[in-house]
Design a protein around this ligand. Structure first.
Ligand SMILES: [Mn+2]
Length: 400
């Protein structure tokens, strides 16, 4: 396991403070108000911004950062009879060099500043935006507090990974590789998508990981549905099986898609080879000269050029209806500058997914299926590193 540097969080907070000093700003990051899953259960929220700054997974805590102080607070009290308290806030405050304050004192700090960086992920912190607006109406302040998104500060810090983060992601990718290989040995034709998903999850948990999103397991025509939910449909021998899964290991996410075959037709093979070769070409050609849109055009062009050799007419936006990839790290879809603006450039040190695909719903090719091949790639000055390169993708290795 990669050892964490004990002052890593303090250093990240200091970087936020450098930013806040420019305009006398204050940043607030907390967990979210509970959302009901069933009558007596709630979803456990994970705000990766909070984890990034404090290292805690206790979403009932929050951090308020001003230009020269750090405050830690518990915004939701824990009832020890019913709930587990995940973090000792006193110990965490010491580790972070933060002061523990009562949640009721947060407004005093915010009201002193000129610029409030709120967290759009947290409905709890959203109440302060309303308070700022109200205070401006009632007191007609001469210098109103401006409101901005904390992601303005955190995207530049989170989108380029440190060496420490990349080391963890290399380990996470190794785990994903082991998981996929043992999963592939257990999968059999005739099982349903749900059964196959369950086998996949058993291997994820046995390897001390957990899913980073609901895995997509899609047989045949279901694979043409981009975010298919696994059903009781059985995997038949002529159908490609699309498996798009993610794991969390050591709090970092990996996201991979592979296709398995039983008795693939030559047509399916041709399509697979196109998608795989585009995945490989794009993975190695990503560099800071290119914007998100440049890469999207390149991906469309490469897929289209090859597909033209097989089918006369098609609409590339219809057979490839999604993006080429996304930033990944603490979140499967990590915040990034190109998440906000598709004309911003790739940066060295980013980790992104590369996931070209081709999807057919009968009319273009006479068969309905979908193929996607997805890897996680570190953008490097010299040669990009395909983190998930150990997971097989040669056509012959994908046949069960
Ligand atoms: Mn993905």
């Amino acid at each position: 396991m990669v050892k964490e540097n004990s002052d890593i969080y303090q250093k990240r907070i200091q970087k936020v403070q450098e930013f806040l000093r420019k305009e006398n700003g204050v940043a607030l990051v907390t967990g979210n108000l509970p959302i009901k899953k069933t009558e007596d259960q709630v979803y456990r929220f994970r705000n990766s911004n909070l984890f990034f700054l404090t290292g805690t997974i206790d979403q009932d805590l929050g951090v308020l950062i001003t230009k020269d102080e750090v405050f830690l607070f518990r915004w939701k009290k824990v009832n020890p009879v019913w709930e587990t308290c995940l973090e000792n806030e006193r110990a965490l405050a010491t580790k972070l060099g933060a002061k523990l304050i009562d949640e009721s004192k947060i407004w005093d700090q915010i009201s002193k500043c000129k610029l409030f960086f709120g967290d759009r992920l947290s409905s709890w912190s959203g109440k302060f935006i309303q308070k700022i607006l109200d205070s401006q109406i009632t007191s007609l302040r001469e210098k109103p507090i401006r409101v901005a998104s904390v992601e303005e500060i955190l995207i530049p810090l989170r989108e380029v990974k440190s060496e420490y983060e990349i080391k963890i992601m290399i380990e996470a990718a190794k785990k994903a590789t082991e998981i996929f290989k043992s999963f592939k040995n257990l999968v059999r034709p005739g099982l349903s998508e749900i059964e196959i998903r369950n086998i996949l999850y058993s291997q994820i948990y046995v390897n001390h990981c957990h899913p980073s999103f609901d895995a997509i397991v899609a047989a045949g025509k279901n694979a043409a549905i981009l975010h298919h939910t696994p059903t009781h449909k059985r995997w038949e021998k002529n159908e490609p099986l699309l498996v798009d899964f993610g794991i969390y290991y050591n709090d970092y996410a990996i996201d991979v898609t592979r296709i398995l075959f039983i008795k693939p037709s030559s047509r399916v093979r041709e399509i697979y080879e196109i998608v795989k070769s585009v995945n490989e070409l794009i993975s190695l050609s990503l560099n800071p000269e290119k914007t998100y849109n440049d890469i999207l055009n390149e991906t469309k062009q490469l897929l289209g050029k090859e597909l033209k050799k097989i089918i006369k007419s098609f609409d590339i936006g219809e057979v490839f209806p999604h993006g080429w990839g996304h930033s990944i790290g603490l979140d499967v879809h990590d915040p990034s500058s190109f998440g906000l603006n598709k004309n911003s450039r790739i940066k060295n040190g980013m980790v992104v997914t590369v996931e070209p695909g081709l999807y057919f719903r009968n009319k273009q090719i006479g068969e309905a299926f979908g193929i996607r091949v997805e890897d996680c790639v570190v953008i490097n000055k010299k040669k990009n590193l395909v983190l998930t390169a150990g997971i097989p993708k040669e056509f012959k290795d994908m046949i069960i």
